[in-house]
Design a protein around this ligand. Structure first.
Ligand code: ATP
Ligand code: LTN
Length: 328
């Protein structure tokens, strides 16, 4: 199995895009002793967070990883801030990245354009993300399509560092799904469904009750015309529903489109399918939520295991750039 790393920010309530684009794939396809999954709480701090909410969401995100089927006896699950090697390697990555390439990141451009306060951390965010990945000699990074550019940068930084200081890092590759790589907002199907954008009716939360899920999907914005076709450019609303139904059922979206003449039945079937796929995840989440100590113990064990690898890679990188060893 390839060495795998991925991370999710505890920035808000996790949604259907996070589930289909990330969590479900982690549990179904990526689990092995060489897989490392992280709750990237330090990345969340790049925008202002309420401390109590951050604490609660970090635990909630851990429980949603587990509820989605991640087995901490098989792979490693931990919280980024519990492994200090992440911020230490991030410094080396900041010194490897250029201001020009950080400025070109579309996520930075989008998030800084609408923000009142733009932190230095929001700008250097991709350097920390590169450190997350490179610390574990990662070969595969399963992420949604929105992270493609950050992954390219992580690769470029690894290659540049290796070129300057000798072979130190494994150069990682993105693993982007073919369906549901970008689940769109139901009310604004040209924007991705997102935790940090305020669109309550356009975002199906993993923990929404079945009636709420069904209502949000029934009220999804559709396109002009009444025909059901899979064409994300001219029919973004309908295509988003087809992509969601496809991700849940495994049937290609084009083939699904041929089965519907009207929007109504497509919405009803999509709503049913989403409710059913989330039902067992929600039930498991309720059990986990009732025993926070058990989850904290999983995270503590995960951090200890992560550090075993991370500390070796960090020492290698420190040595490569010419920092004196901390011990002889
Ligand atoms: P934020 O809005 O705070 O940036 P987010 O909703 O984009 O958050 P992240 O924590 O940044 O979520 O992402 C976690 C994982 O979910 C990543 O692998 C990301 O690519 C994936 N993901 C996020 N949104 C979607 C989406 N709409 N469709 C598919 N995958 C997604
Ligand atoms: N930037 C990612 C979260 C993230 C991540 C990572 C994903 C931080 N570090 C390392 C994969 C690998 C996001 O916003 N989705």
């Amino acid at each position: 199995m390839a060495r795998v790393f991925s991370g999710i920010q505890p920035t808000g309530d996790l949604h259907l895009g996070n589930y289909l684009g990330a969590l479900r794939r982690f549990a179904a396809e990526e689990q092995s002793p060489d897989a490392v999954f992280c709750i990237v709480d330090l990345h969340a701090l790049t925008v202002p967070q309420d401390p109590a909410a951050l604490r609660a969401r970090t635990l909630q995100t851990a429980n949603l990883y587990l509820a989605s089927g991640l087995d901490p006896d098989v792979c490693t699950l931990f919280v980024q801030s519990h492994v200090p090697e992440h911020t230490e390697l991030a410094w080396l990555m900041e010194c490897t990245a250029s201001v020009g390439e950080l400025r070109r990141m579309t996520q930075f451009k989008e998030k800084s354009a609408s923000a009142e306060f733009v932190s230095g951390g929001l700008f250097t965010y991709p350097a920390l993300m590169a450190a997350d990945i490179l610390l574990y000699d990662t070969e595969r990074v399963p992420v949604g399509d929105d992270q493609r550019q950050h992954l390219e940068l992580a690769r470029d930084l690894a290659i540049r560092f290796n070129g300057r200081y000798g072979d130190t890092f494994v150069v990682p590759e993105a693993a982007i799904p073919t369906v549901a790589a970008r689940v769109m907002d139901l009310q604004n199907p040209t924007a991705k469904m997102s935790k940090s954008v305020d669109s309550p009716q356009g975002t199906v939360l993993m923990l929404d009750d079945p009636d709420t899920i069904a209502r949000k999907i029934r009220r999804a914005v559709t396109d002009t015309g009444t025909d059901v076709r899979y064409d994300p450019d001219t029919k973004p609303g309908v295509s988003n529903l087809l992509a969601i139904l496809s991700a849940v059922t495994g049937t290609p979206p084009g083939e699904l489109a041929g089965r519907y003449q009207q929007y109504g039945p497509l919405k009803a079937d999509t709503a049913d399918a989403v409710v059913e796929v989330l039902r067992p995840v929600q039930a498991r989440y309720r059990e986990l939520e009732a025993d926070p100590d058990a989850t904290l113990a999983v995270l503590e064990k995960g951090a200890a295991r992560a550090r075993e690898t991370a500390s070796v890679t960090l020492a290698r990188a420190h040595g490569a750039v010419g920092l004196l060893p901390r011990s002889r």
